[in-house]
Design a protein around this ligand. Structure first.
Ligand SMILES: [Zn+2]
Length: 224
């Protein structure tokens, strides 16, 4: 799980969310050297897994993902999945520190043309367990419809804002037609994992080289 890739914006209070471009490039090269293969999280794809599958996910849809992460993934033969906030495309985030530009429609199209995938991160980045049922449906079904209208029918997976879900939220996400969803629980996933609360490995500014490799290989061993 990545958030922002590239230089830390002046005044940011969440510098830890940034992975520098050289560090990200190194991480992608390690994935390639260790013979990992990118996969999407949609079950049709995870049903036919390569030998060392890895889903490279980005929360929120920051423009710096397109600028810095997309070229590095392409160079390493990888692709990523960006989780978009459907009503905030082309805006800046109104969560965290509210400074970082989010991809606009044309930029998401470029991301997809580069071989990357998209998923849904709700309509407004709400705290889903706290919203009333009507809004919950808008955050799941409404957001899926909006993204599919813009980018085609392949919005099959969801990502809970702040990693927050409960049984009501999960049911709404399933009702909306999503096939899987990821949270922020740490680790790897197996065939019997909860497909609507997939675990991830958090990669942050302080995930220096050996720690990245340790997290990766520990998760891989646990999934095997
Ligand atoms: Zn988020």
């Amino acid at each position: 799980m990545y958030h922002k890739v590239g230089p830390v914006l002046a005044g940011s209070h969440v510098a830890g969310h940034y992975v520098s471009e050289p560090a990200f490039r190194r991480q992608m090269n390690w994935l390639r050297a260790l013979k990992f293969t990118s996969v999407d999280l949609a079950p049709y794809e995870t049903a036919f897994l390569p030998k060392r599958p890895i889903a490279i996910t980005f929360d929120d849809g920051y423009r710096n993902n397109l600028a810095f992460a997309a070229p590095a993934m392409k160079a390493a033969g990888m692709f990523g999945i960006v989780y978009l906030v459907s009503e905030r495309l082309g805006a800046t985030n109104d969560w965290d520190d509210g400074l970082e530009p989010l991809m606009a429609v044309s930029e998401v199209q470029e991301w997809i043309r580069d071989g990357n995938r998209i998923g849904c991160h709700s309509a407004t980045h709400a705290h889903l367990p706290e919203v009333p049922e009507k809004q919950l449906l808008a955050e799941a079904i409404g957001a899926k419809d909006q993204l599919q209208e813009l980018f085609g029918p392949n919005v099959k997976t969801f990502c809970y804002p702040y990693g927050q879900s409960n049984s009501t939220v999960k049911r709404a996400v399933q009702t909306a037609g999503f096939e899987a969803a990821c949270g922020t629980g740490k680790g790897s996933n197996r065939a019997d994992s909860d497909q609507f609360d997939l675990r991830r490995i958090n990669v942050r500014a302080d995930t220096w080289g050996p720690l990245f490799l340790l997290k990766l290989l520990r998760a891989y061993r646990n999934a095997a």
